[in-house]
Design a protein around this ligand. Sequence first.
Ligand code: PEP
Length: 249
Amino acid sequence: MRRKLAAGNWKMNGTGAALGELQALSQLHPSPRIDILLCPPATLLHRAGQALESAGISVGGQDCHAQASGAHTGDISAEMLKDAGAEYVILGHSERRQDHGESDDAVRAKARAAMDNGLTAIICVGESLEQREAANTLDIIGGQLSGSIPDQSTGENLVVAYEPIWAIGTGKVPTLDQIGDVHDFIRARLERRFGEGVGRSVRLLYGGSVKPSNAAEIFGVSNVDGALVGGASLKAADFSGIITALESA
Ligand code: PEP
């Protein structure tokens, strides 16, 4: 059985003033049957970890460098994230692929570094609207999966997040059939590459405009093991609604 996971991605949002929101999250006490993760900006990682520890909520980074250390101004290594309390790191988010020109090779190198340092890599894949309209979705996702996921992946150190770019922060959500088709495809690809045991143990998250009002139906789709949540994770009340839907999925 795969453990369900609800992961919040605060992106570049939050200063010390957001500690109240963390305080509210720390009161949630989600069911121990599911995993909850918050990925705040790196500046809040340590404080968030301390605030959320008693609630059993993990923290993670939003990116890491592929190298262990060195002359890389502004970057953060996987070891540094781990040292600050992270258990997970989001890699290859479409905003990083777009804003920083991250290729599949770059994402795979970062994922290797994350796994080597005991972090679980949440590798994001997803198509643009043009690619979907041109009926290229599965080709694009297939290429991103083969290029971004390292050979050393297991059900413990890898999570895959399907995030259609056109659904992120837009309020637009694919149909449940569209989500199911892509998740079934990702599962089949993972089983083909890693064998049934590993392929079936990797958790698959859906991300893109998940909110309390649509979470339950999305969690009912086959091979959806949880969600990667952007905007709705910023408010404890909204994130809590998504967590409640996951607990009953
Ligand atoms: C995201 O950026 O990973 C995301 C899913 O954002 P939102 O939930 O705001 O669409």
